[in-house]
Ligand binder design. Structure first.
Ligand code: RNT
Ligand code: ZN
Length: 418
């Protein structure tokens, strides 16, 4: 059956429960997804420092075709973007810098090191988000950066983060779209920490120094990302959730980041959104998929992804929740990974927007829990796929699984030849 015909039937079925599918589609067209460049090259970057990926994160697999130059990475992202509907941003890391001089280190990077990224983004008509890279560097080899007891090393990372705020502001100005600068540090200890306070006091002092200068909030805003543990930092993480949540509450210009893989295995980020947004203006999500640990698997359309989307859409929070993806899998085609994770995130948002929200809230307020359970379960099998297909067709991207052929052709023609 044609996509239009299926859509007409779906539209009618949703209309019967008071849901306007056309409106949901319009709403989805206004929710940008920030797509991370680091899925394209296994979080390597282009600095050639000789340092391998550290900081307690890991990429496994050796699927052929990884991007080896900035131009290849941008070309791969542009291609992936052509298969993903709706507004997008690209999320880049400081280690993707293209410095003019070999002497440039992380503490001396400048906006010019990212002018190629800015040119590309302007051409793609997208925004750029940014991240300091406080790992994979000789000065992060102790597993400590902004909380390092050595003042010289700590200052190096403070300077790095200050530079990234300025670069983020530059990217915001160049693209005309505010750039979110997300600070995550791997700092922690493998074994039991004796003094849990001092590293946190040093991290706090570092953040205060980094944030000392006010930048134009029209162009840049900072976020701070916590973690419960990392590989090699199993016993203690300096930047815990309580630490950064408290920091963000005391510093209203800084938002907190919730990464789906950074909490205890049965703890979910979907249930944190409504609490935090009663006290903060905005937050940043790192949509990821932890499998037993912070494994950063490609995001699938699972219950937690749908729950995250529901928490955003049921209370109209999309203008206050910045949605970014964070996963890296080198065991499958890297472009397919981007497309699968991005489209699933959008599918989850669309599915969530096809609920008769007011009616269900009313049922709950009337304490009619039987109806609440019966209807939310029945609505799960309403034909949202037909609405998704229609949206993709409307946005000029491949419908259903037809994008895969295009990825296969690109693999044959471009990736395999690298
Ligand atoms: C690490 C954090 C962080 C990184 C990226 C590369 O556990 O999730 O966000 O994944 O910055
Ligand atoms: Zn993350």
């Amino acid at each position: 059956m044609s996509i239009e015909k299926s859509y007409e039937l779906a539209r009618e079925q949703y209309a019967s429960i008071g849901v306007d599918t056309d409106k949901a589609i319009e709403r989805l067209k206004n929710i940008p997804i920030s797509i991370h460049c680091w899925q394209g090259d296994d979080v390597t970057g282009f600095e050639n420092l000789g340092a391998s990926l550290d900081g307690g994160i890991a990429v496994t697999g050796n699927y052929p075709g990884k991007a080896k130059t900035p131009d290849q990475l941008r070309a791969d992202m542009s291609f992936a973007f052509s298969l993903i509907p709706g507004p997008k941003k690209a999320n880049i890391h400081a280690c993707y810098s293209e410095p003019k001089s070999l002497k440039t280190d992380r503490d001396t990077i400048t906006p010019e090191c990212f002018s190629n990224w800015a040119d590309w983004a302007v051409e793609e008509k997208i925004g750029l988000d940014f991240n300091p890279t406080c790992f994979s560097h000789p000065k992060s080899s102790d597993g400590l950066t902004l909380s390092h007891p050595d003042e010289g090393i700590r200052q190096f990372w403070i300077d790095h983060c200050i530079r990234t705020r300025e670069i983020s502001e530059y990217l915001g100005k160049r693209t005309g779209i505010r750039s979110v600068n997300n600070i995550w540090v791997p700092d922690g200890f493998k074994d039991n920490c004796y003094d849990k306070l001092a590293p946190r006091a040093r991290l706090l002092d570092s953040l205060n120094k980094i944030e000392a200068k006010k930048l134009d909030s029209k162009y840049t805003v900072d976020a701070v990302e916590s973690k419960v543990f990392g590989m090699g930092a199993e016993a203690y993480t300096v930047g815990s959730h309580e630490f950064y949540l408290s920091y963000a509450m005391k510093n209203p210009g800084v938002m907190v980041t919730l990464d789906a893989g950074h909490f205890h295995p049965t703890e979910v980020i979907s249930n944190k959104i409504s609490s935090i947004l009663l006290f903060a203006d905005e937050l940043l999500l790192h949509v990821s998929r932890p499998v037993r640990w912070d494994s950063d698997h490609v995001v699938i359309l699972d219950d937690e992804l749908i729950a995250i989307a529901q928490e955003i859409t049921r209370n109209d929070l999309e203008s206050r929740v910045n949605i970014a993806l964070d996963f890296f899998d080198a065991s499958i085609n890297r472009i397919a990974a981007w497309v699968i994770g991005s489209r699933n995130t959008q599918k989850a948002l669309l599915k969530a927007m096809l609920e008769p929200v007011e009616a269900l809230k009313k049922t709950e307020n009337e304490l009619d829990f039987t109806t609440r359970l019966a209807l939310t379960e029945e609505y799960k099998s309403y034909p949202f796929g037909a609405v998704w297909d229609y949206y993709c067709e409307n946005m000029g991207v491949p419908t259903r699984e037809s994008w895969l052929e295009k990825v296969r052709a690109y693999e044959r023609d471009v990736l395999i030849k690298r």
